[in-house]
Design a protein around this ligand. Sequence first.
Ligand code: ZN
Ligand code: FE
Length: 249
Amino acid sequence: MALTVHQFPCLSDNYGFLVRDEASGQVATIDTPDADAILAQLERLGWKLDLILNTHWHPDHAGGNEALKAATGASIVGPAEVTRIAPLDRTVADGDHVMLGQTRFDVIDTGGHTLGHIAYHDATDHIAFVGDTLFALGCGRLFEGTAEQMWSSLSRLAKLPDDTTVYCAHEYTASNARFALSVDDDPALKGRAEAVFAARERGEATVPTTIAAEKATNPFLRAPLLRPSAVTPAQAFAEIRAAKDSFKG
Ligand code: ZN
Ligand code: FE
């Protein structure tokens, strides 16, 4: 594989991701949940940071930008909304791409959790970094966008190839599974939920996931099937999202 991904826990339930383009040796971090933790991992790996790629402006994603830039000189790329909390060296939007050595990341607009949220897709290696848009068995809360916007973002991610490895920014899968079981009794979901609970008992990560696994079992992607009476798919999604927001599992 041309891109190596190093994943590690950060803060209480975030994941940090350091990626290295093997052809050039260039290194990027996807988001900056915790500058000190990211610097410690760089040191351990013997990697030098070239690039910071932000998915959205929230402090657990962009809060370490300035400290990491000061420590490494890395340049910062992200959606315009990141400038609410820190300066950017380059602003990107849907349809743009970012090169890390020979690895190309296509920028996909995935607004909804925040208005300007983006995902980074490496189509060659079948890898996507989706921030807080799509989670294993879940999706991000609608802090700024509408249900229509989030449904369209999730639908775009669902159209990526089935074997795309999906790196979500949080370990929320066990609680997502408890909610999913409350709205869906599909056998594939039950099997996956059991595997998730067992993995978490063993202290294992349930991230990354794949597009195929999410299309098969994620209640948000399956919303139109789970809420057949809804007038539109986006309305079905809105109903499942509202149910999750009030779920006491
Ligand atoms: Zn967020
Ligand atoms: Fe987050």
